[in-house]
Design a protein around this ligand. Structure first.
Ligand SMILES: CSCCC(=O)C(=O)COP(=O)(O)O
Ligand SMILES: [Zn+2]
Length: 244
């Protein structure tokens, strides 16, 4: 016996959410950005990635894949807002078969809870080196600080406060690494609460999380920071101070 009431609803994986001819659509933009980030040494060896909020949908890349080869059909979608814990119970409305969502997902969601439109995680060697130099010089509750460099103007002072000026000091908090990426979440959240104006958090011996109001801002802020970290490493080699 099979009545209309008993009929099973057709299973849908909401493929339409990742099918768009618009190159600016998150399902197209994430693979495109990851290709760029791979070429810049930001997401080498499957580590790192990016996530975008698009209205009430969060677009998430798969975990442990060659990020430069990712396709739009590999992208996960979460309905936003989503329950906070546990990670497996998020409102996934699209899950590609045979893939797992990025281990960075709870960290990306933390950035979205703080109003971000895009969050980028890199394993840039410049970011890692800076955390090592600060570790050597300042101990556990460290911040990376630099002033009087033109590129500092590429970083916001805080939400609605404009950009840092040439004479301002840029401070990026540094949190300790953990054995598993998802266990960084509480440290990231604590750093965001302690430094509400920050748009980035360095992870010791690991990399950096950078977020922005939208994709362009997150990307350009991440580029500015990477430039400043590389410069800081070179300055350190020459014995030049980061803060005047
Ligand atoms: C060699 S990558 C180790 C895990 C990591 O740090 C990371 O960023 C992994 O991200 P994924 O999106 O691949 O889960
Ligand atoms: Zn990582």
């Amino acid at each position: 016996m099979c009545s209309a009431d008993q009929a099973v609803a057709p299973v849908t994986n909401n493929d339409h959410l990742v099918q768009s001819s618009d190159p600016e659509h998150p399902a197209n933009l994430i693979p495109e950005l990851c290709r760029k980030f791979y070429n810049w040494g930001w997401v080498t060896g499957t580590g790192g990635g990016t996530s975008i909020r698009h209205g009430d949908h969060i677009y998430i890349a798969p975990s442990g894949v060659q990020k430069e080869l990712m396709k739009s059909e590999n992208i996960f979608v979460i309905q936003w807002p989503t329950p906070k814990y546990p990670a497996t119970d998020r409102n996934y409305i699209r899950r590609p078969l045979k893939l797992n969502p990025s281990a960075c997902t709870p960290l990306f969601l933390t950035a979205f809870e703080h109003g971000a439109g895009c969050c980028i995680h890199t394993h840039s060697q410049w970011a890692v080196l800076v955390t090592l130099l600060v570790e050597r010089e300042k101990g556990p509750d460290a911040c990376f600080e630099i002033s009087n460099i033109e590129q500092i103007k590429g970083i916001p002072k805080g939400k609605g406060k404009g950009m840092l000026g040439y004479h301002d000091t840029l401070s990026i908090p540094i949190i300790d690494n953990t054995a598993f990426e998802e266990d960084l979440t509480s440290g990231l959240e604590a750093a965001m609460n302690k430094y509400p104006d920050a748009y980035a958090v360095l992870v010791r011996r690991h990399g950096i999380y950078v977020w922005g109001d939208n994709v362009a801002k997150a990307k350009t802020q991440c580029e500015s920071l990477d430039y400043l970290f590389q410069l800081a490493v070179e300055m350190h080699k020459l014995g030049l101070p980061w803060v005047k």
